[in-house]
Write a protein that binds this ligand. Structure first.
Ligand code: NAP
Length: 364
């Protein structure tokens, strides 16, 4: 039976995604108790001054992991931690959402190749459900272990999904994903992404192969039932949070079909629906284009700042007939829809709570 209100442990609660998880859980009607764990010695409200007055305190690992009334744990830790603790928690019936990459691949060899670590619990990989709620909602309902996706990956997947499902994608050409992430995407302990290095600057990185590349290809392969190649370019931009993924996908019309921006907007509208009748957290920017070769039309595309603080993904698109390419812009807050917000959305589905519980705010 689903409890009315639950106790949630947050491991890695001193970090960016852990702090964000606590912020969101504090507004959650079905969460009775939050147990934030940090190995450090500082006070919770000193580490997270945005939550001054919230009344939370860090608790010991034992208090989180051995508590009898513990219902769920969010692991907001570096890759390699959740895989060690998961088995014991699952045996006690505690449900887990892991924000790291520990359970994102079904094949331990892909994990090991991508992360350079041996997997400590490979037998759990097939028990984990991949946590894009909009794709795997039914499986998440009965999941005991959810692998929250990488922030670049969920942004690109939500941007691509209707186009891929339409059958109009020409997958013989690689999909190009050029993504800019806020500096918080590098975690709280990345000295090379300091204020002086990032302000007024762009920091491209991992262009020889970002870890989210194999994850994105793995997921796209599962969705399309065939190998899909992606060219993923990643950069940190001079802002703290938010991801903009600009995606270019080759498309091919079926016989007698005329492709246009409007035709793709219809496909996206039909796939995601609108508001509570559709996917609440995925919003299509479907303003009409006034056209014209040199019209810049900034209003057709979403702005990354507009989703910050929220669990929304905003999507805009245009069709380049001369190149037969669908160009999509998808934006999320890397710490919310890209991390803690999705984790709570998944937790809500696992416990049968309203999917928007704790996540009702719009962007700032
Ligand atoms: N930042 C993002 O945009 C983002 C988005 C999606 C997913 N993720 C994933 O989410 C996880 C957390 O990312 P983050 O950005 O929040 O990192 P972070 O700011 O560095 O926080 C991670 C926290 O984990 C704790 N920790 C570190 N090593 C640990 C260990 N060996 N055992 C237990 N706890 C440990 C630390 O807390 P204490 O030292 O206080 O214990 C630290 O504050 C990562 O796996 C990351 O890949 C991040």
């Amino acid at each position: 039976m689903t409890p009315e209100r639950i106790t949630v442990g947050v491991v890695g609660a001193s970090g960016y995604t852990g702090g964000e998880a606590c912020r969101l859980l504090l507004n959650h009607d079905h969460v009775a108790r939050i147990l934030p764990f940090s190995r450090g010695k500082e006070e919770f409200e000193t580490v997270h001054p945005n939550l001054l007055g919230c009344g939370l305190s860090f608790v010991s690992a034992e208090e989180v992991l051995e508590r009898r009334d513990l219902d769920a744990v969010l692991f907001c830790t570096p890759t390699g931690e959740a895989m060690r603790a998961a088995k014991g928690l699952l045996a006690r019936g505690v449900r887990i959402v892991d924000l790291s990459a520990d359970f994102r691949f079904r094949d331990p060899q892909i994990f090991e190749r991508t992360y350079g670590k041996t997997h400590a619990s490979p037998h759990l990989l097939t028990r984990a459900v991949y946590g894009v709620t909009e794709i795997y909602r039914e499986a998440i309902r009965s999941a005991e272990l959810v692998a929250n996706p990488g922030c670049y990956v969920i942004t690109a997947l939500l941007g691509l999904l209707p186009a891929l499902k339409s059958g109009l994608a020409d997958l013989s050409a690689p999909i190009v994903v050029s993504a800019v992430n806020g500096t918080s995407g590098a975690s709280a302990t990345a000295p090379e992404v300091s204020h002086p290095a990032a302000t007024g600057n762009m920091l491209p990185y991992s262009l020889s192969g970002h870890r989210h590349g194999p994850e994105l290809e793995d997921q796209l392969g599962r969705l399309c039932g065939r190998p899909v190649h992606v060219l993923l370019n990643t950069t940190h931009g001079p802002f703290a949070r938010g991801i903009q993924a600009t995606i270019s996908l080759r498309v091919k019309a079926a016989a007698g079909q005329l492709l246009s921006r409007r035709a793709f907007l219809d496909i996206y509208r039909e796939h995601y629906g609108k508001g509570l009748d559709g996917e609440h957290f995925v919003v299509l920017n479907d303003r009409p284009s006034t056209g014209g070769l040199n019209a810049k039309e900034y209003s057709l595309f979403p702005g990354v700042a507009r989703v910050c603080g929220s669990n929304f993904c905003h999507i805009g698109l245009d069709y380049d007939a001369s190149k037969e390419r669908l160009n999509i812009v998808a934006v999320t807050d890397n710490l919310v829809k890209g991390a803690a917000g999705s984790a709570i959305q998944n937790m809500n589905v696992m416990f049968g709570f309203p999917e928007t519980a704790g996540l009702r705010h719009f962007g700032i």
